[in-house]
Ligand binder design. Structure first.
Ligand SMILES: [Zn+2]
Length: 412
């Protein structure tokens, strides 16, 4: 049998797994895996279920738990399961076990922790983020096992904790404590973001800089403004003046959408509770997504300088503090083997040309890239992650499982 014949066997088999996909989603959705930082029980129960399932399929499953006293049992699970391939190099598919809280439950049309099937759609907290990645990768593996086929590279499924609150107990922990797991020649896929047509392969991220700007003036009666220093008016002028950041950091990089750095005023803290008092203190925040070419210290310096010059005109002082300061990891090359393997597979399964791109930042792939490991973030999304009535579609699950199966056979 040619590799191509083998792929079409897997392709057909994965089309027969729709009921298995629904059943697995149902099991996963019913196990609340909200992290302890967000008031949940953690990933323990879900990990135990998945470890049992994978062992039942005959796979070796390792656990590298991160100590965390906030959860029952005192540790956060990080599972790795292997399917031996013809080569020792691995294809990693890294998905995360934790989910975000349901949020306002009155906005849900069904119970967030009970799967609801409506035609092609599977509703429930976590169905897309990140059960989509778990189910697609497990089903791709199951097709190999059921058909008694050997993948080209060893397939390694990583099911990690704590993605939603910083990965300190998840991939961050694995990279710190078990760095040896990941080899330079491994292909690393993170199915945790993408586009609706499956053509976005995320290879680069912008740096993230969140700044808190505090303006301090003088509170007073609104009828006698000459005796006060109004910080709300000063804030408004500072916000307008900060528009010049776009001219000060003008580089464009077509890898990213949007191609330029962005500087958005976002949160504004409450000041005075009543209308007839001039506020003597105002706090707002700036969310900057900066191209990797620029130094974040320089951005912060310019924000402080521009803001201070304006604030002084109103007799107000300004302090600028970083809330998050995360320099971007070096991008994965658009011609890295993992990107090429995904492009080939997406072409075969979906008949579309996928494009390596950069995004505004914030995926776990950055942990790999900081280590010089080329990782690609890809999946076909409904873009309902973190929303009420989150869903994924069966057709995306089948399609993405086929793409992963194709990558598992890749011989380049
Ligand atoms: Zn996610």
């Amino acid at each position: 049998m040619t590799p191509n014949d083998i792929f079409w066997q897997l392709f057909a088999r994965l089309g027969d797994y729709r009921q298995e996909m629904i059943d697995l989603q149902r099991q996963l959705v019913s196990r609340d895996a909200v992290g302890p930082g967000e008031g949940g029980p953690g990933e323990g129960e879900k990990a135990e279920f998945l470890a049992g399932l994978l062992k039942g399929w005959g796979l070796t499953v390792e656990n590298y738990p991160a100590p965390d006293a906030r959860v029952v049992g005192g540790q956060r699970p990080n599972l790795v399961a292997y399917v031996p391939g013809k080569r020792p190099e691995k294809v990693w598919v890294l998905s995360h076990l934790d989910v975000v809280p349901p949020g306002d439950e009155t906005l849900w049309h069904s119970h967030p922790f009970q799967l609801r099937v409506d035609g092609d759609r599977l509703y429930g907290r976590g169905t897309e983020d990140n059960h989509h990645g778990i189910v697609a990768s497990l089903m791709a593996v199951k097709a190999f096992l059921d058909l008694k086929l050997t993948p080209e590279r060893t397939v390694a499924l990583a099911l990690v904790a704590d993605e939603e609150t910083g990965s300190n107990y998840g991939l961050g922990y694995l990279i710190r404590e078990q760095r040896w797991l990941f080899g330079d020649r491994d292909l690393i896929i993170v199915p945790d973001a993408g586009s609706a047509d499956g053509t976005l392969i995320e290879v680069a991220e912008k740096s993230i800089l969140w700044l808190k700007l505090t303006l301090t003036g003088k509170q007073g009666h609104a009828s006698r403004p000459q005796l006060a220093n109004n910080t709300l008016r000063a804030s408004a002028h500072v916000i307008v003046a900060l528009e010049t950041l776009h001219q000060e950091f003008p580089l464009q990089n077509p890898l990213f959408r949007p191609p330029e750095s962005t500087f958005e005023p976002t949160r504004k803290e409450a000041n005075v509770p009543n209308i007839n008092t001039i506020p003597g203190r105002d706090v707002f925040y700036l969310d900057c997504r900066v191209l990797p070419d620029y130094d974040l210290a320089r951005v912060k310096e310019r924000v402080a300088a521009i803001g201070t010059a304006v604030a002084q005109r109103f007799g107000v002082t300004l302090t600028v503090e970083p809330v998050q300061d995360l320099a971007a990891a070096p991008p994965t090359r658009p011609t890295a083997p993992v990107v090429l393997a995904l492009q080939k597979a997406i072409r075969e399964v979906y008949g579309r040309e996928a494009i390596p791109q950069g995004i505004g930042g914030g995926t776990v792939a950055a942990f790999f890239r900081q280590e010089g490991l080329p990782a690609a973030v890809w999946m076909t999304v409904t873009d309902t992650a973190h929303q009420p009535n989150e869903f994924c579609t069966l057709s995306n699950l089948v399609g993405d499982a086929r793409v992963l199966a194709h990558v598992f056979l890749d011989t380049e």
